[in-house]
Design a protein around this ligand. Sequence first.
Ligand code: TRP
Length: 336
Amino acid sequence: MRSMSKLILLYRNPDLPPFFLYTGRGPSSDALHLGHTLPFIFNKYLQESFKVPFVIQITDDEKFFYKNEQCDLPDLTKLAYENIKDIIAMGLDPEYTFIFIDSEYMGELYPNVVRFQKHINMSTLKAIFGLQFSDSCGKAAYPAIQAAPCLSSSFPFIFGSNNIPCLIPCGIDQDPYFRMTRDVCPKIKAPKPAGFYSKFFPSLQGFGTKMSASDPNTGIFLTDTPEEIEKKIKKYAFSGGKATKEEQKAEGADLDIDISYQYLRFFMEDDKELAEIAEKYSTGKMLTGEIKAILIKELQKFVKEHQDRRSKLTNDDVKKFLARTPKKFKWDEWFI
Ligand code: TRP
């Protein structure tokens, strides 16, 4: 993270255009896991560094189309509000952040949705998303809905009539939507969005498996207690260390597959300390139990701080983020 500051300085060049940040979340379960937090932490960092507006799409419609279980749209809209509290609790600034729920904001978004829909045909949807004739037409309509917030004209109360390009820091799995978006943009005379993708965040069991809210032992959730975090890391975090103490001391751990190290790569703030751990653990000067103890402490702190911030949030705080009011944007600084 620290090395990012240099990049920021480079970009703060008045010859380069301003931009806004866009990311999103599908409200599929009430408990967010650590992987869900990454794009928001990164967006917050960019927002604080550049002082640019940040828009967040909450796709209750998308999850309604894709969820098999019986649930009605209002159930997902309710989940959306719970998820918004978790997102806000990551420390976002309402003066710069606008959050919208698709089922509530569609009226504003719709002109740009139809502009995209006009240029997305069924063959494209089949090739990119694997859609079939048997799929609901809601699934076919949806990709344009995720594309529309890339255009600043979807948020006139923030950008007025300025045509500001968009940067999308998000998980790599969202790339198909934005490739499709970039293909269409020239056809509707809109600037192409740029993406900034984060790597796949592994489950406790290792890179081959996915974290899932239905199996709490696959990941660390923002609702976990300190005891649960300790138990899960000790019991489930896949180790790249050797089978015995002697072997570990002689050969060292394989960092690429070691989940404790991989999690620290994301959550340890201090790059220097991380490099020291990597050196010690990979050469056998550190044992699996020791790196796990470090990770447990880091995650307990991270989750506890999140829970403290979240517990203080009221519905009025949520409303500040949903309000369609102008956001701060340091225009003058960009152009001086
Ligand atoms: N499709 C995303 C999900 O399932 C939600 C989403 C909407 C999104 N717009 C986005 C994610 C923009 C990243 C960037 O979670």
